[in-house]
Design a protein around this ligand. Structure first.
Ligand SMILES: Nc1ncnc2c1ncn2[C@@H]1O[C@H](COP(=O)(O)OP(=O)(O)O)[C@@H](O)[C@H]1O
Ligand SMILES: [Mg+2]
Length: 370
């Protein structure tokens, strides 16, 4: 009998996308082949504490973690062991709970998708699904991401970045800069968030002022971007150095833009798979998606999102999501499914890629002179 792969699936997390992560994890767990994987569920609560035990996911969904144990990993290389921490009154004890070969972080946003957790995995020298520290953090930061796109001659919409300090010191100068360099409507965004949280579309000076104040509540750095009258095209990419792009899909948001409400609440946004665009445009979208993926040193997976200007047909990269929504009805797996890669095969491939990437990483010399 083949030995099973000891797989840790981590979900929840400290970000605003905690609930989205639980939904993604439910889908992932429902298709994992138990003949192939020995699965350990690890849930991170809103405060950042790690838990595991019977039906961890369900416990987190219900907010009743009473039967779970506090668990942790050590940030050092060697065998990866998940430890259980117990506290019986005065005495605290630590016991090994489960060995792990690979981790699938099904976490979206801050402290999951942004390179922080990936840094921890690197310290522990463990195989994990998805991009490394650099790809994750560049993918997360909308401003640095756009700088990297520009330097690779990948088209992005014009923007201005400012800091919360700039806003506190002299918001008037920022507004003047926006109005002289860009034209309304504008989009104001926190640099490091997702799910459209803190994003506003503004059409005049007073809304711009309010939008900047709103974005500054969520992040130290803020982007103000030219608004495009856009169709929204998305492509899934999979792979490490050798990567490939799926057929593109299109989203027609139910709101004026793809807001938090349109994404998660009203359910009226429409998905088109494949996107009804000409073949040459499909090719260009796929090429740009792969180029973007490589430019940020992405690995494993990413959904690359485009804005297609309805007035000029210009194509812009909007953003990448290195751990995109992963429910069976999310765009990332749906695009692959339509392209002939089923949800469960997709997960198998991502786990294989995690091992491949670790092997590649471990080929690098770590010291000079031997
Ligand atoms: N420059 C822009 N022009 C037109 N629409 C935009 C622009 N930037 C963002 N949007 C709209 O706002 C949504 C959310 O913005 P996005 O940058 O994708 O942030 P998030 O990471 O929160 O998804 C997009 O899906 C799109 O509907
Ligand atoms: Mg987006």
């Amino acid at each position: 009998m083949k030995t099973k792969i000891k797989l840790g699936v981590i979900f929840g997390g400290r970000s605003g996308e905690h609930e989205v992560s639980l939904m993604s994890a439910r889908s992932v767990l429902s298709v994992l082949d138990v003949e192939k994987y020995d699965i350990t569920q690890i849930g991170i609560d809103h405060e950042g504490k790690w838990w595991s035990g019977p039906n961890t996911l369900e416990a987190l969904e219900k907010g009743s973690i009473g039967n779970l144990s506090r668990v942790f990993l050590l940030p050092e290389p060697g065998k990866t062991v998940l430890y259980k921490r117990e506290n019986n009154g005065e005495v605290e004890s630590i016991q090994p709970l489960q060995e792990l070969d690979v981790i699938f972080p099904v976490l979206h946003g801050t402290f999951g998708e942004d390179g922080t957790l990936q840094g921890f995995f690197e310290m522990a020298d463990i195989a994990y699904v998805g991009a490394g520290v650099l790809g994750s953090s560049v993918g997360m930061d909308k401003s640095v991401f756009k700088d990297v796109m520009r330097s690779n001659e990948i088209p992005v919409v014009d923007w201005i970045t400012c800091t919360r300090k700039d806003v506190e010191n002299d918001i008037q100068t920022i507004i003047e800069k926006c109005e002289s360099q860009l034209s309304y409507p504008l989009f104001v965004k926190p640099a490091n968030l997702g799910s459209s949280v803190g994003i506003t579309k503004v059409k005049n000076r007073s809304d711009l002022l309010e939008g900047i104040m709103e974005a500054a509540r969520y992040d130290r750095r803020i982007l103000i971007e030219r608004g495009v009258n856009a169709r929204e095209i998305e492509v899934s990419v999979i792979g490490n150095e050798d990567c490939r792009a799926s057929i593109p899909g299109e989203i027609n948001p139910s709101d004026e833009f793809y807001s938090y409400n349109a994404k998660y609440h009203d359910g009226d946004s429409e998905l088109y798979i494949p996107a009804p665009i000409p073949e040459e445009l499909t090719k260009r979208v796929q090429e740009l998606a792969v180029k973007t993926y490589k430019a940020i040193d992405c690995a494993g997976l990413s959904r690359v999102d485009f804005l297609l200007d309805k007035d000029t047909d210009e194509l812009f990269i909007n953003e990448v999501n290195t751990i995109p929504g992963f429910t069976t009805i999310s765009m990332y797996p749906k695009l692959w499914d339509a392209d002939g890669l089923s949800y469960s095969k997709l997960i198998d491939e991502l786990i294989e890629l995690a091992f491949e990437r670790k092997m590649e990483r471990n080929k690098s010399k770590r010291s000079f002179g031997d």
